[in-house]
Write a protein that binds this ligand. Structure first.
Ligand code: PLP
Length: 448
């Protein structure tokens, strides 16, 4: 039976608990029903075409409507829809995907553990690093340093590693032994000095925290190469080189959360490659399957993997859907397509510089304090007064106003407070970038 849009909305309101949603605020109007999608566009129940400037949730890197992925899924569903790889069994899709990932990853990474999501990947990481140090005879090396406003997922470990204060306040307490340092957010927190100096200050904050806790008690530092959910926060150029030095000085593992930055978002296969990092562990998800099916994982560097394997015995950890064959088959085909079609190279050589140029034009808008981008990730800082960068009255939520205007006029952008963030499918064209920038500018005009 087909439901009318009105009926669907009523059922939605009555029965579906949406993630990250204020149900009361949805009101009578309810949620917009998305019916189908093609390329970089989604379509709603009224037949409206909307340019998806968020690639779903930072994940549909290959774009919508790829028959090759439908075929990969159907073939695998017929052949072997599910089988676990727990008890001395394995299957081709997961093995081939693991090999492909290790080929693409930085050279020190030759092993991968699969999960169903990015959050589960971060739960895995937390247990792995603590297990690693225990096996190394340093069980007291337990503390993990994350960053304020970082995002690592919604499971208890994921939200504890993340630095989202509002998440910590609900349903706590957080996992003990996790602490957060300041984020390299120059526009919001660093304007007392130059971006370069601020980058070094933020790295210094990590060193200070290590010394406070005692270097023998610190296991790892976790960070997104570029913070996504926190507001597309691009670190100053000085940040990562300084952080690398600090971590090396105190023998602390680096966990680079690649859930958003991985698979081409910054114009390299991984954000770590873009910033010249050699992490010990990399949680991945989202773009791994371009969001077509849920799959995540952790790429594990040789240092940790060899210790877990040689000295660890059984690692009591895993999910029913770790290495799900159908999800793995789709992810593998997705990576092949990204590679065959030169999607990542095209982001680096063509689309990223073009977006940077067009996006920067929006900085001239009267309510934009900063327009920044890296690869195909961007942000606009909305301000009420450009001369002082004073924000709009909080009760107005300019970000939400702008987001809703965007949506109504045919563009998905997300708002994070008063930051508008952008992360379109990597197969967007220059013409579609022009369309996107025009729509964003019109929404800014209407918000002002
Ligand atoms: N890590 C990062 C950097 C993310 O952006 C996200 C989700 O947005 C996650 C982890 C959690 O991934 P998932 O929503 O698949 O659990």
């Amino acid at each position: 039976m087909r439901h009318s849009p009105a009926e669907l909305k009523r059922l939605d309101r009555d029965h579906y608990l949406h993630p990250f949603t204020d149900f009361k605020a949805l009101g009578e109007e309810g949620s917009r029903i998305i019916t189908h999608a093609e390329g970089v566009y989604i379509f709603d129940a009224d037949g409206k075409r909307i340019l998806d400037g968020m690639a779903g949730l930072w994940c549909v890197n290959i774009g919508y409507g790829r028959e090759e992925l439908v075929e990969a899924a159907t073939h695998q569903l017929r052949e072997l829809p599910f089988y676990n790889s727990f008890f001395k069994t394995t299957h081709a899709p997961v093995v081939k995907l693991a090999e492909k990932l290790c080929q693409l990853a930085p050279g020190n990474m030759n092993r991968v553990f699969f999960t169903g999501s990015g959050s589960e990947a971060n739960d895995t990481v937390l247990r792995m690093v603590r297990r690693y140090w225990a096996l190394k005879g340093k069980p007291e090396k337990k503390w993990i340093i994350g960053r304020e406003n970082g995002y690592h997922g919604s499971t208890v470990a994921g939200m504890s590693l993340g630095g989202m204060a509002l998440m910590h306040e609900q349903g706590g307490p957080c996992v003990p032994g996790i602490t957060h340092v300041r984020q390299p957010y120059w526009f919001g927190e660093g304007q007392h000095t130059s971006p370069e100096e601020f980058g070094r200050e933020c790295a210094q904050a990590i060193e200070d925290r290590i010394l406070e806790l005692g270097e023998d008690n610190v296991a790892a530092f976790i960070a997104e190469p570029v913070q996504g959910a926190g507001g597309a926060i691009i670190p100053p150029d000085s940040y990562w080189p300084a952080v690398k030095e600090v971590l090396a000085r105190y023998d602390i593992l680096l966990i680079a959360d690649e859930v958003i930055c991985g698979f081409g978002r910054l114009g390299e296969w991984f954000g770590s490659t873009y910033y010249g990092l050699t992490p010990d562990l990399m949680p991945i998800a989202k773009g791994l399957s371009s969001g077509y099916l849920p799959i995540g994982g952790v790429l594990v560097g040789d240092l940790v993997a060899e210790t877990l394997i040689e000295e660890g015995g059984e690692f009591f950890h895993g999910f029913t859907y770790s290495g799900h064959p159908t999800c793995a088959a789709v992810a593998l085909r997705n990576l092949e397509l990204l590679e065959e079609e030169g999607v990542v190279d095209n982001v680096r050589d063509n689309l990223a510089p073009y977006l940077a140029k067009r996006w920067a034009e929006l900085a001239e808008h009267p309510i934009v304090g900063e327009a920044r981008s890296v690869g195909l990730m961007g942000a606009l800082e909305l301000v009420a007064d450009k001369t002082t960068n004073a924000r709009f009255d909080k009760s107005l939520s300019a970000g939400n106003v702008c987001r809703d205007i965007c949506f109504d006029s045919g563009l998905v952008m997300r708002s994070v407070g008063d930051i508008m963030v952008l992360s379109p499918p990597l197969v967007i064209t220059r013409e579609q970038i022009d369309e996107l920038v025009d729509l964003a500018r019109r929404a800014l005009d209407e918000t002002a």
